[in-house]
Design a binder for this molecule. Structure first.
Ligand code: FAD
Ligand code: DLZ
Ligand code: SF4
Length: 512
């Protein structure tokens, strides 16, 4: 007999696994598993989202006539990992032939690839058609290139999809409108109110299960709340997409990099969880943005900025991941050895930008891109955190996190641990950047205006400490030349003072 295994991030009715199976005859298998819930300490909301999404999806399949064998999480279950489930189902239903769509993590794909020999079964792994660029196409694009710049890949994806293209030319005349997308948020700008989705009995049961079994995992999960932020069904995800296009997309572009203590989500889409779980497809999301621009409801910089994140960055990091794994995960260009500072788990710090970004993280299993890149990421880069520790942190704490998308973003973009394969220079920044893009510094214990005093912004001295520390690795990078010219213009006294304050900050990280 044949069966198809559907993973928690494959909740798509057009999944190749389902296409290949016979409804009513073959078996669909889904399982909530200890190993998947704990290979990093996932945020409680992430586990609740995955389990509830899986249960809803399984019920929909059953209602549609599929035979589903669903294993709910049980703390004492013998079935801890997928191989246990495969063996169990093989015995119970005499399944000897398995179908699975390739998964999103190298860790798990390796296990799947070993099932045939280890478990003596037939396994067919199908390509994941939920992406615009498959692994082969990316490999062809990447082959022979010294630097893999997203911008050129993105243009290829624009041509391939036809999104925002007019007569083979980019709509509006430019490929990229990023220069219009760097505004900070004025106090009088209204921010859309976000609501979650009503909690139903399935959600309620799952939330209780998570509270009882994963209480030592990070993050808040309110057992009594009537609403839960993240869409668990395709219907909810479609409704989230409509809300975004109507209320947020018009301002998404201009405020894309802004940060504010007023609200954690600003004009961001909050769609990554749904895209990554299979509840929405990248093309339908981009088409919705394109339609809004065609109707004149949103400006081109907003539609283009949003579409670039999805057919550009999202496809690019996925391609990069599979092109370079497993070696990619081992890179540590700066030879960092520092343990992850305690505040990443406690949220306890007087640095307001960090405290705000960490609060969002624990409250919502969310932080938007600039908080991830320029606050928590920047701090890890400047302090020299060991890459695997910060990667595992991002993988754990965000509801949208899967290795294929988290790893290149963290290891490559944030930590520059790949030596510049992904980003031509490190995204290191002092407090001035955070001050320009947010209102955090106004409410901070530290002074963003100074770098060497006792109350100086830690990012300021750490920034120059980082630049001096990695002189030999970075000075010859043409994109760093202005920074090194500025360093060279500084007096020795100033450099010594920056080094001294930077050393002090590094020695007292947990007291900042
Ligand atoms: P929006 O700001 O509304 O963006 C729209 C969509 O574009 C997102 O939903 C996402 O699908 C896509 N997107 C935007 N930027 C990126 C990017 N750099 N890479 C891939 N897709 C992108 N995104 C994840 O989906 N999962 C992760 O595990 C993840 N880890 C990250 C770790 C770090 C250190 C950084 C800097 C970024 C990471 N990102 C990750 C990318 C980005 O921060 C999130 O996609 C985004 O914040 C999700 O919120 P949103 O849906 O509101 O996105
Ligand atoms: C992330 C996750 C979690 C927390 N739990 C499960 C689970 O119990 N069962 C399952 O099938 N999938 C889960 N997932 C998602 C998988 O880890 C995911 O399929 C891989 O990360 C591959 O992207
Ligand atoms: Fe962050 Fe420095 Fe601004 Fe404080 S002063 S919020 S630490 S950038």
């Amino acid at each position: 007999m044949r069966a198809g295994l559907i993973l928690g991030d494959q909740l798509d009715r057009d999944l190749p696994t389902l296409e290949a199976l016979d409804r009513g005859k073959d078996l669909v298998v889904m399982a909530e598993l200890y190993e998947e819930a704990t290979y990093v300490k996932h945020h409680k909301q992430k586990i609740a989202l995955l389990f509830s999404g899986m249960r809803h999806f399984a019920s929909e399949l059953e209602a549609d006539g599929w035979r589903v064998q669903y294993y709910k999480y049980e703390p004492d279950s013998r079935l801890k990992k997928f191989a246990d489930v495969i063996k169990e189902v093989a015995g119970k239903h005499r399944v000897d032939s398995w179908i699975v769509t390739e998964c999103g993590e190298h860790r798990l794909q390796q296990q799947i690839d070993n099932w045939s020999s280890e478990l003596d079964i037939e396994v067919s792994v199908l390509g994941d058609c939920r992406f615009i660029c498959d692994k082969k196409e990316f490999a062809e694009w990447a082959q022979g290139k010294k630097q893999l710049r997203m911008e050129y890949f993105y243009r290829q994806m624009r041509r391939k999809t036809g999104l925002l293209m007019e007569d083979d030319q980019p709509a509006g005349g430019e490929w990229n409108y990023d220069t219009e997308n760097r505004k900070s948020l004025r106090d009088d700008v209204d921010i859309p109110d976000r609501k979650g989705f009503d909690v139903d009995s399935v959600d309620r049961e799952v939330i209780k299960l998570v509270a009882e079994n994963f209480s030592d995992h990070p993050g808040h999960l309110d057992a009594d709340a009537d609403q839960f932020q993240w869409p668990r069904t395709r219907k909810q995800a479609q409704s989230a997409l409509r809300f975004f296009v109507k209320h947020c997309l018009p301002d998404f572009g201009q405020y894309q990099d802004a940060m504010s203590h007023r609200q954690p989500f600003l004009f961001h889409s909050l769609l990554a969880t749904s895209l990554n779980m299979g509840l929405l497809s990248p093309v339908e999301v981009c088409k919705a943005a394109e339609r809004a621009w065609q109707k004149g409801d949103v400006p081109i910089n907003a539609a283009e900025g949003f579409i670039r994140q999805i057919i550009g960055w999202r496809e690019y990091v996925r391609g990069l991941y599979w092109w370079l794994m497993p070696d990619y995960a081992e890179h540590n260009h700066f030879r960092n050895q520092r343990n992850l500072p305690a505040c990443y788990w406690t949220g306890d710090t007087r640095m307001n930008c960090m405290a705000q970004s960490l609060k969002n993280t624990f409250d919502n299993a969310y932080a938007h891109h600039i908080q991830r890149l320029m606050v928590t990421g920047n701090f890890a880069l400047l302090t020299g955190v060991e890459p695997t520790q910060i990667c595992d942190w991002y993988l754990a704490v965000y509801a949208d996190a899967y290795d294929w998308v988290e790893l290149p973003n963290t290891l490559g973009m944030v930590m520059h641990a790949d030596g510049g394969l992904m980003a031509s220079k490190p995204y290191a920044a002092s407090g001035s950047y955070i001050n320009r893009m947010s209102d955090y510094c106004k409410h901070c214990h530290y002074s963003v205006k100074t770098a060497v005093d006792d109350d100086s912004c830690p990012f300021n001295s750490l920034y120059w400490h980082f630049i001096m520390r990695h002189d030999t690795l970075l000075r010859d990078n043409p994109r760093m030349s202005m920074i090194y010219r500025n360093l060279d213009k500084m007096s020795d006294d100033k450099k010594r003072a920056l080094k001294k304050r930077g050393d002090f900050v590094l020695e007292h990280i947990d007291a900042l």
